[in-house]
Write a protein that binds this ligand. Structure first.
Ligand code: AR6
Length: 182
């Protein structure tokens, strides 16, 4: 069982990929962390609740001017009390409601990468968007993540490192197994 909780590192073109178990609010040294947001960019449960709690009230003040966002969209704010420079907020699809789920989830990851390049961000930490309260099965979501990263990793100018931060050993194992197939 021990091997299931060990982190994984690999490279796709020049992009370094890390797959780890951890908390998205505890990522010092990473330029931007991703929020699995709601449309209003408000504090909620899960990742959104944790990020707003850790960043402080000023984050929501900035968010109000950028909301609402549509499924698949991403916006960037400062990170306030988080140990990062930016938060990239994206709205994943609600599984079974926002369709086609895979295309919308793909847009989330593409928009994270495009915003990172635009803001000259070198490193980003990303939770498993849509797989919590929004109900997207991790085994299907990782397929979208994997395929999107494969196509988007080529020719990046600024982004050097993507870290997938998983909250459970089960999710970590699913990510590691999929990325090990490369
Ligand atoms: N660090 C890393 N991963 C986490 C953390 C954390 N601190 N907390 C939860 N996860 P979710 P969604 C995992 O529900 O499915 C919110 O209320 C979690 O176990 O945060 O996109 C928003 O306001 C799961 O694997 O995001 C929205 O309304 C993954 O992160 C809605 O939930 C995503 O879980 C968004 O739902």
């Amino acid at each position: 069982m021990l091997k299931n909780i060990i982190a994984m590192k690999l490279k796709i073109y020049d992009l370094e990929i890390d797959i780890e178990k951890g908390n998205i609010t505890d990522q010092p040294g990473i330029d931007a962390v991703v929020n699995a947001a709601n449309a209003q960019l408000a504090p909620g449960g899960g990742v959104a609740g944790a990020i707003h709690n850790a960043a402080g009230k000023d984050l929501y003040e900035e968010c109000k001017s950028k909301a609402p966002i549509a499924p698949g969209e991403a916006v960037i704010t400062k990170a306030y009390n988080l140990p990062n420079k930016f938060v990239i907020h994206t709205l994943g699809p609600i599984y079974g409601k926002d369709k086609p789920e895979d295309k919308i989830l793909k847009q989330c990851y593409q928009n994270i990468i495009r915003l990172s390049e635009k803001h000259q961000i070198r490193s980003v930490a990303i939770p498993a968007i849509s797989t919590g309260i929004f109900g997207y099965p991790v085994i299907d979501a990782v397929e979208v993540v994997f395929n999107t990263i494969l196509t988007e990793a080529k020719g990046l100018k600024h982004l050097q490192s993507l870290k997938f931060v998983l909250f459970s050993n089960e999710d970590l194992k699913i990510y590691k197994d999929r990325f090990a197939e490369i």
